[in-house]
Unconditional design. Structure first.
Length: 89
């Protein structure tokens, strides 16, 4: 059973363009199908449809579809993360 904090983090990771489903599986041990079910359950229908349209077939959401050389993306703002929140600047 996932906590509300874990569910929030999974949703955040699922919305991020460059976070692959494999990273979510690695951190939370849930499959892509389970992420899709979770997103459908936790989001409004309108937002869920937007998300599905956005990630369906997106190369950056699947490690096997990524171009060679695209390993990991890290935002320049991600230097000072504490508890999944960006620290005050």
């Amino acid at each position: 059973m996932l906590s509300s904090i874990e569910i929030d983090r999974i949703i955040q990771m699922a919305w991020e363009d460059r976070t692959p489903f494999e990273a979510i599986k690695y951190q939370f041990n849930i499959t892509e199908k389970e992420v899709i079910r979770l997103m459908k359950k936790e989001m409004t229908e309108k937002n869920w449809k937007k998300w599905r349209e956005r990630v369906q077939g997106r190369k950056t959401k699947h490690l096997k579809l990524r171009e060679r050389g695209m390993n990991r993306f890290k935002s320049s703002r991600q230097k000072n993360i504490s508890g999944n929140r960006i620290s005050k600047r």
